[in-house]
Design a protein around this ligand. Sequence first.
Ligand code: ADP
Ligand code: G3P
Length: 497
Amino acid sequence: MDQYILALDQGTTSSRAILFDHEGSIVATEQQEFTQIYPKAGWVEHDPNEIWNTQLKVAQGVLRKQGVSTDRIAGIGITNQRETAVVWDRNTGEPIHNAIVWQDRRTAKICDQLKKDGHEPYLRENTGLLADAYFSGTKVKWILDNVEGARAKAEAGELCFGTIDSWLIWKLSGGKQHVTDYTNASRTLLYNIKKLEWDDHLLDILSVPKSMLPEVKSSCEVYAETQAYLFGKPIPIAGIAGDQQAAMFGQACVKPGMGKNTYGTGCFMLMNTGHEMVTSKHGLLTTVACGLDGKPMYALEGSVFIAGAAIQWLRDGLKIIDESPDSEYYAMKVPDTDGVYVVPAFAGLGAPYWDMYARGAIFGLTRGTGKAHIIRATLESLAYQTKDVLNAMEKDAGFPLKALRVDGGASANNLLMQFQSDMLNVQVERPKIIETTALGAAYLAGLATGYWKPEELEQKWQLDIAFQPEMAAEERDRRYAGWQKAVKRSMDWEKAE
Ligand SMILES: Nc1ncnc2c1ncn2[C@@H]1O[C@H](COP(=O)(O)OP(=O)(O)O)[C@@H](O)[C@H]1O
Ligand SMILES: O=P(O)(O)OC[C@H](O)CO
């Protein structure tokens, strides 16, 4: 009987479970959104138990829906929103605080202090990151400093910290395993990506006890088995990767110079730089990626915090669209934005600006501005932010990109993809499977369990549509100049108050 791989894709806004067959095709999907908690302006939290419950429900649901018995699952691959920090009690397994989400800005002051104290060059050099509230380290510090009794418990070895992969594996294994992989560890600000070990100097600076940290393993091996009662029988958990590294692997970007851009809640462009670590001079991060040989590779990354989330804001905040795909329908009603720019800096700005104090803004409004212009300008902001990142990436790489592989929910939007191609002046290639994050996690689990062989994977990538640039250079430059002006004006807003 056919065997399958089960990918668990724990994203920022939803938990997903996807069954893949040996062709790498999707057999069935289950998805559930969960609560976004905004306790204060700039703060974003998730309930770790809700994450676990939704993830388990969709995993069980997808097997039930397809009528697949547990013994036909060769392995589980886990991929997750990165940086989001959970701290839980080692004895009870209960979180001591909500998860602090990657978008959360509450630790901006801690980061300012790190900069003032001159730690940023060390951070850049050894973690590939910089002092920004985005990463896990300062979030863990905040929990230890602000939850009553937490620090004493942490020092007594009674607390565990983990990114969402660690939390899910802890739950799936019934508290038997406290592990993570290189790619997730590389987002914590606590992990030395040169030495591939936790960095004692940074643990000291951020006052995080080492006993809280998970064991760091490769992205492709058997880490644990699920508790038998969850799915009827144990299933090996055999792949872990942060969602952007998983997407890169799912896009088969396994050779130096290959890159992808994922349009999910945020937008994340990663370019493989091989087994050599390249440090950016233009505002990008260096991060650990997955290699076909199981050895970690390095990538340059441009992280844009708000992309599809801006479309969700049109839907849930402004309520001017009913569903995210409606954005295309409205944007098509106008030929352009009529000079309107939306800068969705709702959580500050990531690459290449790294401004924790930028805030969202709409520029260029006139009496003639209508709903369609604002919707179109919001969509176009995804493409402009991607152009900012690509410009930095090309400068760091020293060569122009020939084509960009895309994936993620918003890459389904044809108008956006065409505009993206126009703005970058490169071919934008959308594969048949845009769920490449889950596919990458499935590949990792499939490789670890012998379900797939490394040489099979690169051949599975299939093009759906290639969008070709059509815009005249002059027009592109004019529009992009407007964007750059708008971004500049949204910066340093919060601090100015
Ligand atoms: N057709 C579309 N046009 C624009 N945005 C879309 C479209 N479909 C989905 N999105 C956006 O894509 C995001 C979901 O993509 P997904 O890859 O599932 O993200 P995540 O993994 O971050 O939850 C949402 O923010 C949604 O608003
Ligand atoms: O949940 P996503 O897919 O938007 O990804 C979030 C990133 O991992 C944050 O670094």
